[in-house]
Design a protein around this ligand. Sequence first.
Ligand SMILES: *[C@@H]1O[C@H](CO)[C@@H](O)[C@H](O)[C@H]1NC(C)=O
Length: 340
Amino acid sequence: MMRVRGIMGHHHGGWWTGMVVWFVCVAVVARGELERFVEAPKNDGSVSFLVLGDWGRRGSFNQSLVALQMGRIGEKLGIGFVVSTGDNFYDNGLTNENDPNFQDSFSRIYTCPSLRKPWYTVLGNHDYRGDAEAQLSYLLRNIDDRWICLRSFVVDVELVELFFVDTTPFVDEYFTDPDGHTYDWRAIVPSRKAYIDTLLHDLGDALDKSKAGWKVVVGHHAIRSIGHHGDTEELIHHLLPVLKEKGVDMYMNGHDHCLEHISDGDSPVQFLTSGAGSKAWRGDIKEETKSEETVRFYHDGQGFMSARFTRSDAEIVFYDVFGEVLHRWVTSKPLLHSTF
Ligand SMILES: *[C@@H]1O[C@H](CO)[C@@H](O)[C@H](O)[C@H]1NC(C)=O
């Protein structure tokens, strides 16, 4: 894994322009390039990774069983990394960088050799209920160097690019009706709107610049879901149009504690929920939407997902707590000739 720091655009002009630029950057949230991590595809030209969400419960609620099967499938596929879709530590994220929950729910659970790879991680709403900054801290990498958690960032594997998006600040309810919970909005206030506008701008910019044949966006909250929480209206309004406009192939998320594959009715975007890392079996699937033809797969129970990409093909597989395949979906696209 190679880390490339985001580069802020430099500007020309005298001190006056400089002052104006400085004030704009400080007053609003500085726009810039999303931080980027580079992973190499395997020698056979493919890349595989696992996707897991909503997991950290010190091994309980079958978390350890799912971890074991991830290790087995991870080895079989020769994965390059793991993607975590958030809600990493229950119930309320981490209290600080020394919270033993980090090792109890992560380091001591995902112990299989195949999982000793970078874990690219976003924050979920439960993570924001604790010290969100702690999960982003470099100090955690001293404890377990697999841990790579940022708010929004890019993982570039040449043939596929993954764009991680911090979705929790989009959701109105956490601000207007927090239901007794406190959220760590230190980086989001004073201007939530500026934070979201900047994020969407930087995402659009990164997508525009992407030369990858496959584009995948990852967030915690579902855009489309027939599970407990259902669709996230804020993401349908603000994020989905960007995905459609920029030719994104897949959106991967957690939040609902289930496994789901839903297609978009009027675009190629596939909605893939992998939020079944521990507590599941909520039993409240939305009956009225279950039979919609865009719903290709729904599993109310624990499990995880794998993804494998080559230049021409993509394969998504969902597994249950025993590592049995529940749903497999394969797609391909005509190869575009690369321009050098
Ligand atoms: C663990 O998984 C098994 C098999 O799917 C299921 O029957 C059981 O209810 C699960 N346990 C919990 C606590 O979710």
